[in-house]
Design a binder for this molecule. Structure first.
Ligand code: URA
Length: 237
């Protein structure tokens, strides 16, 4: 399982095309266990081999986990022909192939978004069966009433008849409210508020599981997640 072709390893870890990886290997830019290896199809052990590229050691990571404070106006996707995506915001040193956002925030939604290449982790974060709470602050075009909180608690029925899982709605002040859901249907929060007659002016994701978006992370900034943050993201609270 830890064995991989050298060209695949180089292109994956260094975010370059397979063709460029092959060329660089043939040019002798890669050493494995202190020896130049010029055969792109050579199979290496990714866990134990000591690999360098142009003299720099490659610190192998099976997966990468990045925390982004998503700004408004950016698409939650891996790539797009014309528009900027959240993966475009990942700095060069964390970039690699196969990155994707864990769930989608709407283009105008801001806040906590994880970007990874680990499909199992992503599935665990977003599966409704895992009950991971996602907490948002919503700016609404009206006031939240006690009755709305009760409707959210018992499960909102969306305009198309879809029944949502129970959610926690807490008014903050004026037209702001905190909402916690454990699933992620398309435009879910906007549609939930729509079902009780409120429009959403702005939406910001504050937390996922026990992981709270750090206040020090500005809009558009990314950091690599710590082990502790990874565990927090998957906790059911
Ligand atoms: N619900 C929405 O309506 N939009 C988001 O971006 C996230 C949850």
């Amino acid at each position: 399982m830890n064995n991989q072709r050298l060209d695949k390893f180089i292109s994956g870890q260094l975010n370059m095309t397979r063709k460029n990886a092959k060329n660089d290997i043939r040019h002798g830019y890669v050493t494995v266990n202190s020896k130049k290896l010029t055969d792109p199809s050579a199979v290496i052990n990714t866990e134990s081999a000591d690999i360098t590229y142009k003299g720099e050691k490659i610190n192998y990571k099976k997966y990468v986990y990045i925390l982004l404070n998503k700004p408004s106006g950016i698409l939650s996707a891996s790539n797009d022909k014309t528009r900027r995506t959240v993966v475009d915001l990942v700095p060069k040193e964390l970039k690699r192939q196969g990155l994707f956002p864990v769930g989608r925030l709407d283009k105008d939604t801001t806040g906590l978004l994880i970007i990874t290449d680990d499909g199992t982790f992503a599935h665990d974060c977003i599966s409704p069966k895992k009950n991971i709470p996602k907490c948002y602050i919503a700016h609404l075009d009206g006031k939240v009433t006690k009755q709305m909180c009760e409707i959210f608690a018992s499960g909102v029925i969306l305009a198309d008849g879809t029944v949502c899982k129970p959610a926690v709605l807490e008014p903050i002040d004026e037209n702001f409210a905190k909402i916690t859901i454990t699933e992620g249907k398309y435009h879910q929060i906007k549609r939930m508020f729509g079902a009780v007659g409120l429009g959403v002016n702005a939406l910001h994701r504050q937390s996922l599981g026990n992981l709270v978006l750090p206040e020090t992370l500005n809009f558009g900034e990314c950091v690599e997640m710590t082990e502790k943050q990874l565990k927090s993201a998957l906790s059911q609270v």
